[in-house]
Write a protein that binds this ligand. Structure first.
Ligand SMILES: Nc1ncnc2c1ncn2[C@@H]1O[C@H](COP(=O)(O)OP(=O)(O)OP(=O)(O)O)[C@@H](O)[C@H]1O
Ligand SMILES: [Mg+2]
Length: 258
């Protein structure tokens, strides 16, 4: 897309490793996401892609290696703090709260988890109500932009799988992120909705949001991404432009052996 080679990396991970018991799910992996880019992360089932996402967002701690987001190491931060710094992620199986409404799911993203006590809340009631009104307006705007406004007051549990994925991405936008990590945004989604999700991603990218996308749907990856990283058996296999990746014999072999 609009990647410029001079752009500094927004996210860099070096020498990341993670084992589960005897299984080395990620081995000395590295990855980079340039500011302003839509970057892809592909690899056969079980290659370690989701585990790498979990390490990039500190949902799990690495055995070794480091992750730098926007110039700062993320290891001292919780996933919530990382989100507040501007790096948010979605999950392979969308995690929406079924018994809350779509709008309530959106508003959860803006909830402060620390720094509020009773006195502060009491003293700042007016400001808090104002913030709540602003958040609600913003949530409704974002829902409108993704075509979910009519569902705002429905339970999230009533949404289709594709709509849940869309809600997760919409919720990620609430915190005004710099980078969104998407774990299989097209999986289980009907082709029409996949097309719409891709259009939204391009749109948000043009507004300045960078993306790192895991996806098995090669049409999605090849059409959206300017740069693609390939993992196989927990380790880097290749990286390059869509064309380079499509013509890389090692990549083809890794997939055929899947
Ligand atoms: N919490 C866990 N405990 C034990 N093993 C795990 C755990 N999470 C992942 N694994 C294992 O680590 C390996 C990598 O899994 P991961 O989910 O990262 O792969 P993936 O590339 O995302 O695969 P897929 O494309 O199927 O989603 C797999 O062998 C998986 O079974
Ligand atoms: Mg996965």
């Amino acid at each position: 897309m609009n990647i410029q080679t001079s752009n500094p990396p927004l996210l860099t991970a070096n020498e990341l490793s993670k084992s589960f018991g005897g299984l080395r799910a990620v081995k000395n992996a590295h990855i980079q996401v340039k500011a302003g880019s839509i970057t892809g992360l592909i690899g056969p089932n079980g290659a370690g892609k989701t585990t790498l996402f979990n390490l990039l967002s500190n949902f799990i701690r690495p055995d070794a290696g480091e992750v730098i987001f926007d110039g700062q190491p993320i290891h001292p931060l919780s996933p919530h703090e990382i989100a507040l710094q501007g790096c948010v992620r979605t999950f392979q199986v969308a995690r929406v709260l079924s018994r809350l409404t779509v709008l309530e799911n959106m508003l959860l993203a803006t909830q402060k988890q620390t720094g509020e006590n009773f006195m502060q809340v009491w003293l700042k009631q007016k400001q808090i109500r104002q913030e709540e009104r602003e958040n609600q307006a913003r949530a409704l705007d974002i829902l409108e932009s993704v075509g979910l406004a009519a569902k705002a007051y429905d339970y999230a549990g009533a949404l289709s799988g594709g709509q849940r994925k869309l809600l997760e991405i919409a919720r990620a936008l609430m915190t005004r992120p710099k980078l969104i990590l998407l774990d299989e945004p097209a999986a289980g989604v009907n082709p029409t909705l996949i097309g719409q999700i891709c259009e939204h991603i391009v749109n948000w990218n043009q507004q300045g949001i960078s993306f790192l996308i895991i996806e098995h749907n090669m049409d999605v990856i090849m059409s959206l991404c300017s740069h693609i990283w390939v993992l196989a058996e927990g380790t880097n296999l290749a990286d390059g432009t869509p064309e380079e990746i499509q013509n890389n014999p090692d990549v083809l072999e890794a997939y055929l052996g899947d």
